[in-house]
Design a protein around this ligand. Structure first.
Ligand SMILES: [Zn+2]
Ligand SMILES: [Zn+2]
Length: 341
């Protein structure tokens, strides 16, 4: 079977031996396609993974072989996430499921950018859903990334009519903005790239160029009766983004950190203290967040059309390059056609 593997500073297509169920509980799925996640880019660019690693986890797939106590069957088209919490450890008991060791150790194997993948019984029971016919593979591939956004939003405990700002309008920023909009909040957005700002505005996010920070702060003040926004979602990792967050959040407001930053710079102690700010992080979704994501996507409350560019697996390197150079919003790697097509 075909896989896309990390090989030094390239992604190369390699044939490996077909995987089989071999008396394991779970399913072998044919991957129809897999979204390219920002975390895949980070792992590739910063060489966090070893050579031979198969990246990708945002899969849409068809079951070809199954031994399961669930009601999934061969031929079903499914989406699944890759990590599952144990539900019992100290992290899980406090709701910090993405810190759970079991969560970090569970995965789909060998990885999403592969013709076939093993999905365990635990995945089928907790984080897999049958895909209805009314939604395209590219759209439903947002199941896991939207789950991440839903988790971040839930962690902020927003109030009805809250005004929020999304800093960074790449694919995950747009997705966060779209989810916040769908849930009824007033959403502002900012970025430096005009194409992103235009698309955000088309999606119902009031988006602005924040290159001139003073000017942008004036706009936000005008739109929030001088208060500043209730919560900032920081989806861009840069010192300038942190500065923007601190200057636009209202006193007593929240800053949700949703990306890493190259300098690992922090939030100034005194601003957090005097302004009574809450700074919190959000990492990876729980099964409950994923359930919400699935419902928001399949009911079409969250719309993700126009965000993806489709690449055949043979062009996966191009997809990585175009994502890194901000040429596209979100890549979807097409790996196999539906067998029913
Ligand atoms: Zn992802
Ligand atoms: Zn746990």
């Amino acid at each position: 079977m075909k896989t896309a593997q990390v090989c030094e500073d390239k992604i190369v297509i390699k044939e490996i031996e077909d995987i089989k169920l071999n008396n394991r509980k779970g399913a072998i799925v044919r991957v129809l396609g897999c979204g390219l996640c920002g975390s895949d880019i980070v792992k590739f660019k910063h060489k966090i993974v070893h050579n031979g690693a198969v990246l990708g986890h945002e899969i849409v797939a068809e079951i070809i072989e199954i031994d399961s106590d669930t009601d999934f069957k061969a031929g079903d088209k499914i989406v699944t996430s890759h990590h599952i919490p144990c539900g019992e450890c100290n992290y899980c008991r406090h709701g910090n499921v993405s810190m759970c060791l079991h969560f970090k150790n569970t995965n789909i194997k060998p990885g999403g950018f592969s013709e076939k993948v093993f999905v365990s019984e635990e995945h089928l029971k907790n984080v897999a859903y049958r895909v209805p016919e009314n939604i395209s593979n590219e759209e439903i591939s947002f199941y896991e990334p939207l789950g991440c956004c839903i988790r971040a939003i839930k962690r902020c405990c927003l109030q009805k009519n809250d005004k929020v700002l999304v800093i960074g309008l790449g694919s995950i920023g747009l997705l966060m903005g779209e989810a916040l909009r769908a849930l009824g909040y007033t959403v502002f957005g900012c970025d430096f790239i005009q194409e992103r700002i235009t698309l955000a505005n088309e999606m119902g996010i009031q988006a602005f160029n924040s290159k001139n920070l003073e000017e942008f702060c004036t706009i936000i003040k005008e739109k929030t009766q001088d208060y500043g926004v209730d919560t900032v979602f920081l989806t861009a990792g840069a010192d300038k983004a942190i500065e923007t967050a601190l200057k636009t959040v209202r006193q007593g407001g929240k800053i949700l950190v949703f990306s890493s930053t190259p300098n690992n710079s922090g939030f100034p102690n005194n601003e957090v203290y005097y302004k009574e700010l809450t700074v919190l992080g959000s990492y990876s979704p729980s099964p409950a967040d994923l359930k919400d994501s699935f419902e928001l996507l399949t009911s079409r409350r969250v719309k993700v059309k126009n965000l993806t560019t489709v690449y055949p697996i043979e062009k996966i390197q191009q997809a990585f390059d175009d994502t890194i150079s901000n040429k596209i919003f979100k890549a979807y790697i097409e790996i196999s056609k539906n067998s029913t097509d």
